[in-house]
Design a protein around this ligand. Structure first.
Ligand SMILES: CC(C)(COP(=O)(O)OP(=O)(O)OC[C@H]1O[C@@H](n2cnc3c(N)ncnc32)[C@H](O)[C@@H]1OP(=O)(O)O)[C@@H](O)C(=O)NCCC(=O)NCCS
Length: 197
């Protein structure tokens, strides 16, 4: 839910699918660049609309309230299964919550559950927009959207895949995410992080 004091807000791109919105959406997407992570730019430019239409994931633009029409970044959400090893649960509180929504495999000592996947998250590096929003603010807008879905459908886990580098590991661990030390990453060089919501 958008709070009055927020300087940025998320908009589901479906809002632009109606007749005269497509042009506005195309202009926003054109204005996005992310040299630090070409996959993030590629997804917005080539997959976001199609995936949203097909219900594969839903993309949200993050827009500035102060400067209407300025794209600050974007994120995409979907639901997906994940596995969490016993050794990757940092506290009993987390374990108790996971037990409520997950199935435990004795043999592999892993929990299987469904979670909300933050499938994409990136600031817009065009024209210095990235200097006007912090990663934390962007992530909080994504998490606020997840909380809205949680309010309607339940669920207790949010997770994401990130490239294996110190900047991203630091960013996600500072924001309450915990590393899942092995398993289920889509590519070997990726890491997976999760947190309770
Ligand atoms: C991840 C992100 C939201 C964090 O925002 P932030 O906390 O405000 O941090 P900054 O943008 O200031 O970046 C902090 C540092 O991380 C580095 N960094 C950011 N994304 C990186 C990436 N994908 N790979 C390597 N380094 C990265 C920056 O270069 C910067 O390094 P520096 O301090 O040496 O200059 C933002 O950096 C971003 O949009 N990155 C590109 C997209 C991306 O990689 N998203 C994560 C997908 S899992």
């Amino acid at each position: 839910m958008m709070k009055l004091e927020d300087s940025h807000y998320g908009v589901n791109i479906r809002r632009y699918f109606e007749s005269d919105g497509e042009e506005v959406l195309r202009n926003f997407i054109e204005s996005f660049s992310c040299p630090k992570n070409p996959d993030i730019e590629h997804f917005l430019k080539h997959n976001a609309i199609e995936f949203t239409k097909k219900q594969q994931s839903v993309t949200y633009l993050v827009l500035s309230k102060e400067t209407p029409g300025l794209l600050m970044g974007y994120f995409a959400l979907t639901v997906k299964p994940l596995k969490i090893g016993v050794k990757d649960i940092p506290s009993n509180t987390w374990r108790r919550k996971i037990e409520r929504v997950a199935r435990f495999n004795e043999e592999t000592q892993t929990y299987s559950a469904a979670g909300y996947l933050i499938a994409q998250l990136g600031k817009n590096f065009t024209g210095g927009a990235n200097e006007r929003i912090t990663g934390k603010e962007l992530l909080n807008i994504a998490l606020d959207t997840v909380y809205d879905i949680q309010d309607m459908a339940g669920g207790m886990i949010a997770f994401l895949d990130a490239e294996n580098n110190n900047s991203l590991t630091e960013f996600y661990t500072h924001n309450g995410f915990h590393l899942i030390s092995d398993i289920n990453s889509p590519r070997e060089e990726m890491l997976q992080f999760y947190r309770m919501i």
